[in-house]
Design a protein around this ligand. Structure first.
Ligand SMILES: Cc1cc2nc3c(=O)[nH]c(=O)nc-3n(C[C@H](O)[C@H](O)[C@H](O)COP(=O)(O)OP(=O)(O)OC[C@H]3O[C@@H](n4cnc5c(N)ncnc54)[C@H](O)[C@@H]3O)c2cc1C
Length: 468
């Protein structure tokens, strides 16, 4: 049987290779280290963790990444098995001994009879005779391969930096203060004239907000990242440094809007949020890309009227990050529409984080193996964490016309990507009406309980098919 080729032996590539080999299909991992390095990796080990040693929360009942851990364990993930084997104490989080973990993953793959590890860079598009390829080269994909990919996808479809504005859970926005309206009620293509959520600030609130921005702690760029500011993408704190009024003439301009809660008073500034996913559960803060430290972001953005109780699905950031405009370029099997022998996995698809990268590797690996074996692999339901994540990457994110191809920004797994619970969660097991945090926890528990049942059913179905 011809092998599947994987380019990149990081979190995603290692997991994909394991899944392919365990399905009985030969696989070659092409990893450029140590022949050629990246700016962040320090070893030649597979699945090297380049920064933190944490896989985040391991709580599979009320945390979305914990649920993803659960699903990956259920599906025989190598990354989770080695993470568990090399765990270090970290409270409710799963943190690992990074060297032991990477060595464990490398040894398992080296020992597998169907895995070959080939050290060397793939410096351009893969050879035409490779008919089943997984590209998992991560945020620091080598320039020669990135150029090859761009020749297939077009200039704008492969970004080299992300510019992430914070994303807020809709149900945490105070709609007694904020209101829906598009500027000048313009409907635009696909719009209704009431597409944005608007949060009004009076003069005093604006001045307090600007003072907070100017005083806040910022994250520095690493030397090798450079300073990737480009037109239309300045961090808000840099705009504030250029002048106290700059934001009021930029992303916070109050024009074309009437506060429906207080129509006679003109807002001094307005923060707009735009729907981010098809489910309508997530809204991004328009034009609010930022390098503020995470703690500062939560504190300062909650100064904005309407966002005082905001829960953030993800906070803002700007990083060196090579990733595709996946909702446009990939089909629901993670294959490039323009060349279906190429499948993508990991951070380059626009997921974010070690666990998410490994999770997309897991699914891409299973898809590649199924294709080689001539089997059909149904997609995991969108009600599971794995299904919700891949669904967001390949179609769940809304690509807006006015923002162009860059509106898709990398995303962690979070409950905003899951479809609503089948029934509204209003009462606890004791029959009492739920409020505040207890209601939010009960909702999360309903989502993870449903995800477990559906993932189990999906995995059982796939296993039964494979045994036929
Ligand atoms: C500086 C930095 C810090 C990060 N910190 C965190 C963090 O703390 N927590 C977190 O959850 N996420 C973090 N991330 C994000 C992300 O989770 C990691 O980058 C993660 O390793 C992505 O997994 P991956 O498999 O997609 O890519 P990687 O793990 O980077 O694997 C890609 C592999 O492909 C190889 N490669 C690249 N080009 C080629 C080529 N042409 N031919 C052959 N091989 C190639 C690379 O050497 C690398 O081994 C960070 C990212 C960066 C850049």
């Amino acid at each position: 049987m011809e092998p599947v080729h994987i380019i990149g032996g990081g979190l995603a590539g290692s997991e994909a290779a394991w899944q392919i080999a365990e399905a009985g299909v030969p696989v070659v991992i092409h990893e450029m280290r140590p022949v050629r390095g990246t700016e962040a990796h320090k070893t030649e080990g597979l699945a090297e963790l380049v920064c933190s040693n944490s896989f985040r929360s391991d709580d599979s009942e009320s945390n979305a990444v914990g649920q993803l851990h659960w699903e990956m364990r259920r599906l025989g993930s190598l990354i989770m098995a080695k993470g568990d084997a090399h765990q270090v104490p970290a409270g409710g989080a799963l943190a690992v001994d990074r060297d032991g973990f990477s060595q464990g993953v490398t040894a398992a793959l080296e020992a597998h009879p169907l895995v070959t590890i080939d050290r060397g860079e793939i410096a351009g598009l893969p050879p035409a005779e490779w008919d089943n390829v997984v590209i998992a080269t991560g945020p620091l994909t080598s320039p020669a391969l990135a150029d090859g990919i761009r020749s297939l996808t077009g200039e704008d479809s492969l970004a080299f930096f992300d510019a992430i504005a914070p994303i807020v859970h809709f149900d945490s926005i105070d709609m007694d203060t904020a209101w829906f309206q598009s500027r000048y009620d313009k409907a635009g293509p696909g719009g209704t004239g009431a597409d944005y959520i608007n949060c009004p600030l009076d003069r005093d609130q604006y001045e307090v907000f600007i003072d907070a921005l100017l005083a806040a702690e910022k994250t520095e760029f690493k030397e090798w990242e450079g300073t990737p500011y480009f037109d239309g993408c300045l961090p808000i704190e840099v705009m504030a440094e250029r002048g106290r009024e700059t934001l009021r003439w930029g992303p916070m301009k109050p024009v074309g809007l009437t506060n429906k809660h207080n129509p006679t008073v003109k807002a001094y500034a307005v923060v707009q949020l735009r729907q981010d996913n098809a489910l309508g559960t997530l809204f991004n803060m328009t034009g609010f890309q930022t390098k503020l430290k995470y703690g500062e972001q939560s504190r300062i953005f909650r100064l904005i009227p309407g966002l005082q109780n905001a829960e953030f699905a993800r906070l803002g950031g700007i990083h060196r990050n090579t990733y595709l405009n996946s909702p446009k370029l990939l089909d629901d099997r993670l294959r490039l529409k323009a060349d279906q022998r190429l499948r993508f996995a990991g951070q380059i698809t626009g997921c974010e984080g070690y666990v998410e990268s490994a999770a997309t590797g897991l699914l891409a690996g299973r898809m590649a193996a199924a294709e080689r074996l001539g089997r059909d692999l149904p997609l995991p339901p969108a009600t599971t964490a794995l299904g919700a994540l891949v669904n967001h990457i390949t179609g769940g994110h809304i690509v807006t016309i006015d923002e162009g191809p860059r509106s898709f920004q990398p995303m962690n797994i979070n409950f905003g990507l899951f479809p609503h619970p089948d029934q509204a969660v209003t009462h606890g097991p004791d029959g009492k009406r739920l409020k505040g945090p207890a209601k939010s926890v009960a909702r999360k528990q309903a989502l993870t309980a449903r995800a477990k049942v559906e993932m189990d059913a999906w995995a059982n179905g796939v296993e039964a098919k494979a045994a036929e």
